[in-house]
Design a protein. Sequence first.
Length: 135
Amino acid sequence: MKHPIYGELDYRKIERSQLNPNIPQGRGMIKWAPFATIPEQFQDVRQQIENQNKIKRPELSDDRLEELDIQLKEAYHRQCPVVIEFYRDGYINDLTMTIERIDTWAFHIIGTNHANQQMCFVSFMDVINITLKTI
């Protein structure tokens, strides 16, 4: 809706170059902290803050899935370290690992984590990106 004197009032419809870049960010969710006087309320407020940062599971095209499959098999045969980006509980995580086995029955990638040398499992359904690391 255009205001007769001020013009367009919806900032989403105004070009970015015409907007004032010096608008303060505000306090965000900090303003809700005083309301968290009861532990249950504090837990609910903290959960709401965490849920705001979560994202939906990315959907991959068939072509992208095929590329990931090729990269996965190449990394397995070359036994080189890979960085696997995967989706878990609303967040995208990454893990540097060497692939030990590809379990097609359980749809898991089994490998050794480079950070702590422990065995780790990543589901095929959660993988978003695979990057081969050069040594």
